[in-house]
Design a protein around this ligand. Structure first.
Ligand code: PGA
Length: 252
């Protein structure tokens, strides 16, 4: 493979349903104290929607930390009570939006088609979608991992067009690793990342593919050493500034 690490590493914090305004402030201060100046790795934080405006104001002041949202509506505007549109997120200062996280697929029954629609709206709002894909433990045991990943990635390509995939981040997050404390081995993750890159064809070499699922400071380095792993989507370990920054440093 040509220079497989010409892609800028990216570490994305997914804070999920956690925190208060004070917690967000403390966490961002902790990140800023340890992550000043210019870095090779790009850092993004994704707080809950209600904390986005605050995070955008505080994080953007640090200039080297971007803000993303954990989800957006599949609709542009109108009578959709409780929804938040991609355009609204862009207006707040978000640069990234996670779409198709396994917890959205599981607890909100989101389909591949809905996720493709969100992906498209994030694009239209001039932000970068972070498309999550991943197999369940049963699917892995049945040897269906690559077939599941292919279905999920192909749905986005067919729904939005391959050229839009060039400006996206793909997160490989096996369900058996998300929030379980079990991290995929670097080899397991690498196999799927390489496969995703192949599915993306000509643009594959430019697309950043990150791994997510119980990434911790002690597992980060060996994951990032793999040729097709360009960073991480971090849940639990991102709720603590010290452990999050250790993961960011491992990507440098
Ligand atoms: P985790 O979450 O690091 O707590 O496993 C990752 C994610 O859900 O994005």
């Amino acid at each position: 493979m040509a220079d497989s690490k010409h892609r800028r590493p990216i570490i994305i914090a997914n804070w999920k349903l956690n925190g208060t305004q004070a917690f967000v402030s403390d966490l961002l201060t902790g990140i800023h104290q340890q992550w000043g100046g210019v870095h090779k790795a790009e850092v993004v934080v994704c707080p809950a929607h209600v904390h986005l405006a605050q995070a955008a104001n505080e994080a953007l002041a640090y200039s080297n930390v971007a803000v993303g949202a954990q989800d957006c509506s599949q609709f542009e505007e109108g009578a959709y009570t409780g929804d938040v549109s991609a355009e609204m997120l862009h207006d707040l200062g978000c640069q990234y939006v996670i779409v198709g996280h396994s917890e959205r697929r599981r607890f909100h029954h989101e389909s591949d088609a809905q996720i493709a629609r969100k992906f498209d709206l994030v694009h239209q709002a001039v932000m970068t979608p972070i498309l999550c894909v991943g197999e369940s433990p049963e699917q892995r045991q049945a040897g269906k991992t690559l077939a599941v990943i292919k279905r999920q990635v192909t749905a986005a390509i067919e729904g939005c067009g391959i050229e839009k995939m060039a400006r996206c981040i793909v997160a490989y997050e096996p369900l058996w690793a998300v929030g379980t404390g079990i991290t995929a081995t670097p080899e397991q993750a690498q196999e799927v990342h390489e496969f995703i890159r192949t599915l993306l064809g000509d643009i594959g070499q430019c697309v950043r593919i990150v791994y997510g699922g119980s990434v911790k400071p002690d597992s980060a380095q060996t994951l990032f050493a793999m040729p097709d792993i360009d960073g991480a989507l971090v849940g639990k370990a991102a709720l603590d500034a010290d452990s999050f920054i250790q993961i960011c440093r491992a990507a440098e």
